[in-house]
Write a protein that binds this ligand. Structure first.
Ligand SMILES: NC(=O)C1=CN([C@@H]2O[C@H](COP(=O)(O)OP(=O)(O)OC[C@H]3O[C@@H](n4cnc5c(N)ncnc54)[C@H](O)[C@@H]3O)[C@@H](O)[C@H]2O)C=CC1
Ligand SMILES: O=C(O)CCC(=O)C(=O)O
Length: 438
C-alpha cells in the first residue's frame, strides 16, 4: 500500500483518538499505569471529567545522544525526557541509565511522579528521563560524555522553573554534578536548582541520598502499627540493594528486624538468622553486587519470591510482582521502594490474600520530598542541618500516609487507589482552576 493511500483515523467532533504511541493494548508499565487510572476514575466525582489529561503526557522529547568512545568510534544512544503533567508546578523526576529503558517505560515513570508529587503535596508536576545505555560498560570518560550530551539535548525543556531532574537507577551525585555543570555552561550562569541529588558541596542537600530509603522505612513502621506487625521481630526480604533498598534494609536492621534475603542483579542471598547488613553494604560498595558475599547462602533467583518473611521490599525495577509469583509471596506487607514493581493483576491477588501493599506513589516519595527541600535550599542559598531535614521528611511522610490510610477506609479501596484518589483530585483541581485556554 502506498503511503498516500494509508488509512487515516477520522477525527470527528467529540472523538479524540489517542496518539499512536499511546494506543497499544499492552504497553508494560504504561499499560499498568492506565489501569491504575481507570480504577480511580469512579472515585473522582465531578473532577472525573478532566481525567483524560492523566492519560496523556504533556510533553515527550526523544533525543539522539552521540558520543566519542574511548576507542575513537562514535556511538549513538537513545535518550528521553517526558513531562507527564505540569499543572501543579515544574516537572520533577529522576533520570535512569539502563540498557532496557524504553519510551513507554519513561512515560509511566513520569506519570507515577505526577501522582507521587501530588500525594505528598510538593509543588511539582511529574517528569522522568532515561538513556538507553548500560553504564557498567562505559569508562568514566564515556559516562561523563553521555551525561553531558544528554543534558545538552534535553536542555531545551529542563530548568530550575521548568523541569528538575534527579537520580534514579544507575545515576548518582556525580552524574547530577555533570548535569548541573552542563546546563550552567549552556545557559551562562551557575544554576544549582536545575537538578537535585547533587553532591552536598555543590548545593546538594544533607539527607537526600538516604531520603527514599528513610521514607520507605517511615511508612513501613506506620503501616505496621495498623496490622500489629512487630518491627523488631520482623523478617525482611529486599530486592535491589542500591540507593533505595540498601538504605531501607539498613534502617530496618537498625530497628531490630532481621534482613533474611537480598536480591540484586548479581544474584540472591539468604540467611535465616539475618544478614549482617553493614557488612553487606560494604561488600556491595566494593564489588558492585551482593553476589559473592561470604556470610550467606546463595539461592536461585526465582526462590526469592518463596522466602519466609514478614515484609517484602521490592526496590529494583518495574513488573517484578506479577500474577505468576504474587500467590507465592509469604510477606504480610509489601513496601514498594521501586516504581511500578507490582502489576494490577498481582495487586488483585495480593489484596485477595490480605497482603498489605504500600504503593510506590506514597512509599518511595521520601526521595522527591528531600529533593524539594534541596531545591528550596538552592533558591534561598540557605542550608538546613540534617536533623531538621529528616524531621521534616518524617513529618510529611507520616501525614501523607495517615491521610491515604483514611481515604482507603472511607472508599473501601486499596492503598494504591486511595493514593491515586488524593493525588488525582489535587492534580485535576489545579487543571480545572487553570482551565484549558488557549
Ligand atoms: N533513587 C531514588 O531516590 C529513587 C528511586 N526509586 C526507585 O527505586 C528503584 C531502585 O532505584 P535506586 O535504588 O535509586 O537504583 P540503584 O541503581 O541505586 O539500585 C538498583 C538496584 O536494583 C538492582 N537490580 C537491577 N536489576 C535487577 C534485577 N533484574 N533483579 C534484581 N535486582 C536488580 C541493582 O543490582 C541495584 O541493587 C527504582 O525503581 C527507582 O525508580 C524511587 C524513588 C526515588
Ligand atoms: O528526587 C526526585 O526528584 C525524583 C526521584 C525519583 O525519580 C522518584 O521518586 O522516582
Amino acid at each position: 500500500m502506498s503511503h498516500a493511500s494509508a488509512p487515516v483515523t477520522a477525527v470527528t467532533p467529540g472523538s479524540h483518538p489517542l496518539p499512536s504511541y499511546l494506543q497499544a493494548d499492552n504497553l508494560g508499565p504504561w499499560g499498568n499505569y492506565l489501569q491504575q487510572v481507570d480504577r480511580v476514575i469512579p472515585h473522582l466525582g465531578s473532577l472525573a471529567r478532566w481525567a483524560e489529561t492523566l492519560k496523556r503526557p504533556k510533553r515527550i522529547l526523544v533525543v539522539d545522544v552521540p558520543i566519542h568512545m574511548d576507542d575513537g568510534t562514535v556511538a549513538h544512544f537513545e535518550g528521553y525526557r517526558v513531562q507527564h503533567n505540569v499543572s501543579r508546578g515544574p516537572g520533577k523526576g529522576g533520570v535512569r541509565f539502563h540498557q532496557d529503558v524504553t519510551l513507554s517505560e519513561v512515560m509511566a515513570l513520569s506519570a507515577w511522579m505526577s501522582i507521587k508529587n501530588a500525594a505528598v503535596n510538593v509543588p511539582y508536576g511529574g517528569a522522568k528521563g532515561g538513556v538507553r545505555v548500560d553504564p557498567k560498560t562505559l569508562s568514566r570518560g564515556e559516562l561523563e560524555r553521555v551525561t553531558r550530551r544528554y543534558t545538552s539535548e534535553i536542555g531545551i525543556i529542563i530548568g530550575p522553573n521548568k523541569d528538575i531532574p534527579a537520580p534514579d537507577v544507575n545515576t548518582n551525585e556525580q552524574i547530577m554534578a555533570w548535569m548541573m555543570d552542563t546546563y550552567s555552561m549552556n545557559t551562562g550562569s551557575t544554576a544549582t536548582g536545575v537538578v537535585t541529588g547533587k553532591p552536598v558541596d555543590l548545593g546538594g542537600s544533607l539527607g537526600r541520598r538516604e531520603a527514599t530509603g528513610r521514607g520507605v522505612f517511615t511508612v513501613g513502621v506506620e503501616a505496621a502499627k495498623h496490622i500489629e506487625l512487630d518491627i523488631p521481630t520482623a523478617r525482611v526480604a529486599v530486592q535491589g540493594f542500591g540507593n533505595v533498598g540498601g538504605v531501607a534494609g539498613k534502617l530496618f536492621a537498625e530497628a531490630g528486624a532481621r534482613v533474611v534475603a537480598v536480591q540484586d542483579h548479581g544474584g540472591t542471598i539468604y540467611r535465616e538468622a539475618g544478614l549482617d547488613v553493614p557488612a553487606l553494604l560494604r561488600h556491595v560498595a566494593e564489588t558492585g553486587s551482593v553476589g559473592g558475599f561470604a556470610q550467606a547462602e546463595v539461592i536461585a533467583n526465582d526462590k526469592f519470591w518463596d522466602v519466609d518473611c514478614d515484609i517484602l521490599i521490592p526496590a529494583a525495577l518495574e513488573q517484578q510482582i506479577t500474577k505468576d509469583n504474587a500467590g507465592r509471596i509469604k510477606a504480610r506487607m509489601i513496601i514498594e521502594g521501586a516504581n511500578g514493581p507490582t502489576t494490577p493483576e498481582a495487586d488483585d491477588i495480593l489484596q485477595e490474600r490480605n497482603v498489605l501493599v504500600l504503593p510506590d506513589v506514597i512509599a518511595n516519595a521520601g526521595g522527591v520530598t528531600v529533593s524539594y527541600f534541596e531545591w528550596v535550599q538552592d533558591f534561598s542559598s540557605f542550608f538546613w542541618d540534617e536533623a531538621e531535614i529528616n524531621a521534616r521528611l518524617v513529618r510529611i511522610m507520616k501525614e501523607a500516609f495517615a491521610g491515604v490510610w483514611l481515604v482507603a477506609q472511607d472508599h473501601k479501596v486499596s492503598l494504591r487507589t486511595a493514593t491515586f484518589i488524593v493525588a488525582c483530585k489535587r492534580i485535576l483541581h489545579t487543571r480545572e482552576l487553570r482551565g484549558l485556554y488557549p
